[in-house]
Design a binder for this molecule. Structure first.
Ligand code: ZN
Ligand code: ZN
Length: 141
């Protein structure tokens, strides 16, 4: 399903790209014609690359802004700003050992998941190695 969604949004972005570029070309066409530059020669050589460049910059900025917004709304609601500090505290409390098999821990697991109302309190955190963490979240492969 995600792939279909992604390709639909890619097509939409391409369509938007074409529209914005076409509008810009028309715009340059009008300006160049009004000041006497021939669009079939030098005018076109300037207008087309310039329109595409402006479109790339414009849409690139918009996509980046949307992406940032998505990231902050997805994570900030669940993870606190000082998550890295909390995570480091949990790891050092557990001596960087997996709470399950005592292998070196690189993950910090929420005993009660955030999505089920768990907190970022140290009492709700447990250091785990990658293998054990995958076992707790079988879908997270
Ligand atoms: Zn382990
Ligand atoms: Zn976990």
């Amino acid at each position: 399903m995600k792939e279909i969604k992604d390709s639909i949004s890619a097509i939409l972005w391409m369509g938007l790209f074409a529209i914005v570029a076409a509008v810009l070309v028309t715009f340059f066409d009008k300006i160049f014609t009004s000041i006497g530059i021939n669009m079939n020669e030098i005018g076109g050589c300037i207008a087309y690359p310039l329109s595409i460049l402006i479109t790339i910059i414009l849409l690139g900025t918009i996509i980046q802004k949307l992406d940032n917004k998505k990231k902050t709304t997805d994570l900030s609601s669940l993870y606190p700003k000082n998550w890295y500090e909390i995570r480091a505290l949990a790891l050092s409390r557990d001596n960087y050992q997996c709470g399950n098999c005592h292998a070196p821990a690189i993950h910090v697991h929420h005993i009660v998941p955030l999505s089920k109302g768990g907190t970022n309190d140290l009492s709700n955190l447990r250091s785990l190695c990658e293998n054990c963490h995958k076992k707790v979240h079988p879908h997270m492969q």
